[in-house]
Design a protein around this ligand. Structure first.
Ligand SMILES: Nc1nc2c(ncn2[C@@H]2O[C@H](COP(=O)(O)OP(=O)(O)OP(=O)(O)O)[C@@H](O)[C@H]2O)c(=O)[nH]1
Ligand SMILES: [Zn+2]
Length: 363
């Protein structure tokens, strides 16, 4: 046993580096690549990258490429070649759709075809998991380890990192304690901590639900604006309160509060999506223009927490049929769907209609 960080710990380090604008090194079977997030790279570091030998590309998702009218030859991603005079403004304008409408002429963008794209795909997965815009500058390296050592950069082994990032990290139950709530004085808050250094998730247990029967349950995704600020743009706050109230009234239930803000894209990106909605795009279009899928949440998390708490079956408070399907796929029986229709107002009418039309939510 050594004291050195393992793969999961190195990936957590890499996420922290990328959030600060520090490059990380991906090491492949032969060669490797230098990666830095388009959102956080500084002008000074970009200038250093540009001076290094090799072809510097900006990897973006096919979703973002579609908006930019750039050819995506690599399926789910595109490798945009940097024009000779491209500076930080150019990089940011490709990554960030904020000014797409104000300055529509970015192209024509030349994209690369052929060759291996495994490291580009991993780079996008990494910046997404760091809750940054899904765009990364990437430069091939012949001697990744030597380069990383010289610059004191984090090195991640690419081959095992891909599959590792697809598996759900182990969750540890850290602690629980009583927290009397307005909805029920008999409530207990549990804290779950993923082993991979990502965000903690919470479970609020109301009463002492019978583990042998389907439990009244809600998988609530964090919404800072709706849950805490009382934003009228969504229905999250009223849904949270109504779910707890129903569990209080029945005397038993479990509400999972999953830190998957903005359907998994993070609060900063959700605010970018809101800014695009102010320009007239709907909630799904806004996610796509940013380069994300409609829903980037990992529902295996919720299933795993329920299992850890001893629950195998739920009466699920939701209007989202794909949430039920996901639970079933993850081995949790959904004995019943309990509708949760609260909080409709003039500001969220269109949002809820879009979710019904495009994401299959039940009205
Ligand atoms: N990306 C993005 N996320 C949003 C937006 N509005 C709300 N959210 C997030 O969406 C999540 C809630 O998901 P919803 O789609 O409202 O509901 P659901 O969880 O799929 O389904 P229900 O169980 O019926 O509530 C929270 O994480 C919110 O932060 C938006 O316009 N864009
Ligand atoms: Zn919300």
């Amino acid at each position: 046993m050594s004291l050195a960080p393992d793969l999961g710990e190195l990936l957590a380090r890499a996420r922290a580096d990328l959030r600060m604008g520090v490059p990380v090194v991906l090491k492949a079977a032969t060669g490797g690549a230098l990666v830095v997030a388009a959102e956080t790279v500084s002008a000074a570091r970009l200038a250093v990258l540009r001076a290094l030998p090799g072809e510097l590309d900006l990897a973006i998702t096919a979703r973002r490429a579609e908006t930019l009218k750039a050819r995506a030859y690599d399926g789910d991603l595109a490798r945009v070649m940097l024009p000779g005079d491209a500076g930080l403004d150019w990089v940011q304008s490709i990554a960030d759709p904020a000014d797409d409408l104000a300055k529509p002429m970015k192209g024509p963008l030349a994209t690369r075809r052929g060759g291996d794209t495994g490291l580009h795909r991993l780079a996008i997965t990494l910046v997404k998991s760091a809750r940054l815009l899904p765009a990364a500058l990437i430069l091939p390296l012949d001697d990744p380890e030597g380069f990383a050592q010289g610059e004191m950069l984090t090195v991640v082994e690419a081959d095992p990192a891909g599959p590792y990032m697809l598996t759900l990290a182990r969750l540890d139950h850290v602690v629980s304690a009583k927290v009397p709530l307005r909805a029920s004085q008999n409530a207990r808050l549990h804290i779950f901590r993923p082993e991979d250094g990502s965000d903690e998730h919470y479970a609020i247990e109301i009463g002492r639900p019978d583990r042998s029967k389907p439990v009244l349950s809600r998988l609530h995704s964090a919404c800072f604006t709706g849950d805490l600020l009382g934003s009228l743009k969504c229905d999250c706050g009223p849904q949270l309160n109504a779910a707890l109230a129903q569990m209080g009234a029945e005397g038993a239930g479990v509400l999972l509060y999953l830190n998957q803000e903005g359907r998994g894209i993070g609060l900063a990106n959700k605010m970018r999506a809101y800014a695009l909605q102010d320009q007239g795009f709907d909630t799904v279009e806004a996610n796509h223009r940013l380069g994300f899928e409609d829903d980037e949440r990992d529902f295996r998390l919720g299933a795993e927490i329920l299992r850890k708490m001893g629950f195998g079956a739920v009466r699920l408070l939701t209007n989202n049929p794909s949430k039920m399907a996901m639970m079933e796929r993850c081995g949790i029986t959904v004995a019943e769907r309990v509708p949760l229709k609260v909080g409709l107002n003039t500001y969220n009418e269109r949002y809820l209609a879009t979710k019904a039309e495009k994401s299959g939510h039940l009205l």
